[in-house]
Design a protein around this ligand. Structure first.
Ligand code: B12
Length: 219
């Protein structure tokens, strides 16, 4: 019951865009022993999803979206260390170059994927947001990546994921580097259409897919 109220308050902190509250509630959850991924999935994520829905229906507007995004980032930053510790394995699982595609600045989901991959033994090179396809590919070559992970949250930026695959082909690297894609608008159909190697709707699934593709069994 106590945690139900906590999750409700977490959701509200995101919907109302209160970064200080979100940070405080994240700390409180950790003190109470709530697993960090549960705090994200049952507390904060429903909040950001509600904001996305309300923005889509024009019940909320850009400043609300920005404030909610900041609150979500604050919550994730507070939980990040604990997420990392929860999954640490100490083995080397593979090398991943990660980023959000060109024209897209959404980073919250991509950061969560990166945190969980790192926590599960992957060496992660996070290129940030608004990353052109050539930069993904150049970095993958440089670090000898097993995988490229490309996030896209806008229907207009999804083609950037396809461009990465084309660019890998043009550079003769497609056979060596697997490509996984994600982000709210990404579907199985899109993955098949662009010839990506895998996708996931959430960060835990991303670890599973990456582990399979890098030839590592996921616990
Ligand atoms: C927060 C947010 C913002 C914040 C982002 C802050 C930040 N620092 O990241 C700000 C305010 C900057 C923003 C801006 C905009 N946004 Co916005 N935003 C959102 C919102 C509400 C939440 C996104 C989010 O963080 N979700 C939480 C995370 C945890 O989930 P996730 O990103 O989906 O990631 C998970 C999975 O998808 C997956 N995953 C993600 N990446 C990857 C990668 C790999 C490799 C894998 C395997 C898996 C994976 O795992 C993640 C963890 O579980 C969404 C609505 C929504 N529900 O998606 C709209 C939304 C994406 N935005 C939208 C729009 C329109 C915009 C703007 C164009 C608004 C404007 N008029 O300016 C701009 C675009 C700016 C740009 N060029 O990118 C639309 C997109 C519509 C469309 N169909 O394209 C949405 C859907 C809102 C809506 N309903 O209309 N936004």
């Amino acid at each position: 019951m106590e945690t139900d109220r906590l999750f409700e308050a977490m959701k509200r902190s995101i919907v109302e865009g209160e970064a200080d509250d979100a940070r405080r509630l994240a700390d409180q959850a950790l003190q109470l022993g709530v697993p960090p991924l549960q705090a994200i999935e049952l507390g904060f994520a429903p909040g950001i999803n509600e904001v996305g829905r309300a923005f889509g229906c024009q019940e909320m507007f850009l400043p609300d979206l920005v404030r909610a995004g900041e609150a979500m980032k604050a919550a994730m930053a507070a939980l990040q260390g604990a997420v990392g510790r929860a999954g640490a394995t100490g083995r080397s699982a593979g090398v991943v170059v990660l980023g959000t595609v060109k024209g897209d600045i959404h980073e919250i989901g991509k950061n969560l994927v990166g945190t969980l991959l790192a926590a599960n033994g992957f060496q992660v090179f996070d290129l940030g947001v608004d990353v052109p396809p050539e930069r993904f590919v150049a970095r993958a070559r440089e670090v000898g990546a097993d995988l490229i992970g490309a996030s896209a949250l806008l229907t207009t930026t999804m083609p950037g994921q396809q461009e990465i695959i084309r660019c890998l082909e043009a550079e003769g690297l497609r056979a060596r580097v697997r490509v996984i894609v994600g982000g709210a608008p990404v579907t199985r159909e899109w993955v098949a259409e662009i010839g990506a190697d895998g996708f996931s709707e959430d960060a835990l699934g991303a670890v599973r897919v990456a582990s399979e593709l890098a030839g590592v069994r996921c616990a």
